[in-house]
Design a binder for this molecule. Structure first.
Ligand code: 5GP
Ligand code: ZN
Length: 112
C-alpha cells in the first residue's frame, strides 16, 4: 500500500520525531499551523476515524496516552488543541488516521 504516513512510521521517509513507542509514532507537521504542531499516528494503518471498531479502538487510548506525555515533554501546560480530520468534508488529506496537536499560541474557537 502506498501510504505516506506508513512510510514515515517505518522511517522510509524522514520526519522530526517527537514521540515513539511500539504502537504510536508522532512527528512535527511539515506545514505547521501553530508554533507547536505535531501529528500523532498509529503505526498500523487505519484509514480514518470511520474505521475504528471494537477490535482496533485500543489504539485510540494509546494515542491519547502519547499526547499526554508529549504535552508534558513540550511544556504545553497552557493548553493545546487535538484535531482529527476525517474524510473529504473533514479536510483529511492523508488517508492514514492521525491526530493533530497544536499549541504554543491561543487558538480561535469555533474553527472555520
Ligand atoms: P490532514 O489534512 O490529512 O488532516 O493532515 C495531514 C497533515 O500532514 C498536514 O497538516 C500536512 O502538513 C502534513 N504532511 C503532509 N505530508 C507530510 C510530510 O511529508 N511530512 C510531514 N512531517 N508532514 C506532512
Ligand atoms: Zn498508512
Amino acid at each position: 500500500m502506498d501510504c505516506l504516513f506508513c512510510k514515515i512510521a517505518a522511517g522510509e521517509i524522514p520526519s522530526t520525531k517527537v514521540f515513539e513507542n511500539d504502537d504510536v509514532y508522532a512527528f512535527l507537521d511539515i506545514a505547521p499551523q501553530a508554533p507547536f504542531h505535531a501529528v500523532i499516528i498509529p503505526k498500523k494503518h487505519i484509514k480514518c476515524a470511520d474505521e475504528i471498531t471494537p477490535e482496533n479502538s485500543g489504539i485510540i487510548a494509546k494515542i491519547f496516552e502519547a499526547i499526554a506525555i508529549i504535552s508534558k515533554e513540550q511544556g504545553l501546560e497552557n493548553g493545546y488543541r487535538i484535531v482529527n480530520n476525517c474524510g473529504e468534508d473533514g479536510g483529511q488529506t492523508v488517508g492514514h488516521l492521525h491526530f493533530h496537536m497544536l499549541g504554543r499560541r491561543a487558538l480561535a474557537w469555533p474553527p472555520g
